[in-house]
Ligand binder design. Sequence first.
Ligand code: TYC
Length: 103
Amino acid sequence: PGDGDSDISVVTKTRPKTARPPLYKVLLLNDDYTPMEFVVIVLEKFFGITHGQAVEIMLTVHKKGLAVVGVFSHEIAETKVAQVMDFARRHQHPLQCTMEKEE
Ligand code: TYC
């Protein structure tokens, strides 16, 4: 009789690591002056979300101080931040938008 070992071999395939580009969170910050309706318009206009989602995110920022609006490539995140900051400045609201590398 044999020793109980069967001759099933395990094939382990190594998967070479493919570097993925880092993603960036776009954050919206609360302030005391920017009207709630303006923030909702900004979210709808630049982030392509529904009115309901925009109200939800705006209220989260209002209550918690900040919220993640979305996660994007570096270039898209930079564009979103610039669009929001420019639009807010043109309307003379102090709304702040920033980005942060996702860990
Ligand atoms: N806190 C503001 C107000 O009471 C509303 C607001 C919400 C401002 C979200 C900025 O990112 C913001 N009018």
